[in-house]
Design a protein around this ligand. Structure first.
Ligand SMILES: NC(=O)c1ccc[n+]([C@@H]2O[C@H](COP(=O)([O-])OP(=O)(O)OC[C@H]3O[C@@H](n4cnc5c(N)ncnc54)[C@H](OP(=O)(O)O)[C@@H]3O)[C@@H](O)[C@H]2O)c1
Length: 284
């Protein structure tokens, strides 16, 4: 049982993907420390259900939800306005929403659904909230990433980032993990000296619903996986709340260690390329 942290009880933590998996694990860990946690849920129903679980698990009922479909730019625009109207401050944004789509799907706005949720939503939501984060500084953005052992050769195909040709769910999922990590590093560069930091992290294996769109044999294996992995994400809670890493910026964390500088594995200029590409897809 973690002790309440009086130094963070007045900070506002916003967690995308807070209804399940890594996001919910981080929201729960932060609530256990006494924090004010706001989760982004897809509906009022799922938001309320997740908050009920979190308050039952932690005794902290200060949580709140805001609803958005993060695959849609229109919804990201609306929810970021709601957040800025509802809260005076925002100290931490946790980018933890994610999905795997094994079949190619487009959103109503014509964007590849997995790219929209895993990458573009982080770019848009973060940029839309940068003003309130900067006003609330010191503030942090933390972005969930993949296992660093799979980052040996992180290739992002900028010519076909939405995989319009020869779509493969697993390749697209991997590429989106690379791209969101690159996003976190590029954001860090752009935030230098602003009082807001950006770091990426590998959560380890966390209980998850990520297989919901998977073929039946992967869905069938999910309960087994969930039975043996943790429902907590200590590293995410640490990065969101610990004072000792307040100045860390542009770092990839794995188990509280600042690990291999993965950014050296990306081509020079790749972060800027990704930024320009996302900006070009922006419709609001
Ligand atoms: N779990 C792990 O062990 C692990 C390890 C390494 C990396 N990761 C990465 O962490 C990310 C999240 O994975 P997870 O395991 O936490 O998956 P998860 O259990 O499926 O949770 C995904 C979260 O994202 C939300 N989400 C998905 N699409 C959305 C949309 N269009 N609008 C709003 N919210 C949406 C989901 O909301 P709903 O509840 O409404 O679906 C849910 O809250 C993924 O990028 C994954 O690759 C996970």
């Amino acid at each position: 049982m973690n002790a309440i942290r009086t130094d963070i009880e007045n900070r506002v933590f916003l967690v995308s993907g807070g209804t399940s998996g890594v996001g919910k694990a981080i929201a729960t860990g932060l609530a256990r420390l006494g924090a004010k946690v706001v989760i982004i849920s897809r509906s009022a129903e799922s938001g309320k259900a997740a908050l009920k679980d979190i308050s039952e698990a932690t005794g902290n009922s200060r949580g709140d939800w805001v609803a958005a479909d993060l695959s849609l730019q229109s919804s990201i625009r609306e929810v970021s306005d709601v957040i800025k109207r509802k809260y005076d401050h925002l100290h931490v944004l946790v980018n933890a929403c994610g999905a795997i789509h094994f079949e190619k799907e487009l959103t109503a706005e014509g964007i590849d659904r997995m790219f929209a949720v895993n990458v573009l939503s982080h770019y848009l939501l973060t940029n839309r909230l940068l003003d309130i984060l900067q006003e609330s500084g010191p503030a942090r953005v933390i972005t969930v990433s993949g296992n660093p052992r799979f980052f040996k050769n992180p290739v992002i195909n900028f010519e076909d980032i939405q995989m319009e040709h020869q779509y493969s769910g697993m390749r697209a999922a991997n590429q989106s993990l690379f791209a969101k990590t690159l996003f976190a590093f590029e954001l860090a560069k752009r935030l230098e000296g602003t009082g807001v930091t950006s770091n990426a992290f590998y959560p380890g294996f966390v209980k998850s619903n990520l297989s919901r769109n998977a073929p039946w044999y992967l869905r069938a294996a999910a309960p087994l996986f969930n039975a043996i992995v943790k429902a907590e994400c200590e590293i995410g809670v640490y990065l969101a709340s610990e004072n000792e890493i307040e100045r860390a910026n542009g770092v990839f964390f794995d188990d509280k260690k600042q690990i291999v500088p993965i950014h050296t594995k990306f081509d020079d200029g790749a972060g800027n390329k990704l930024w320009t590409l996302c900006e070009g897809l922006r419709i609001y």
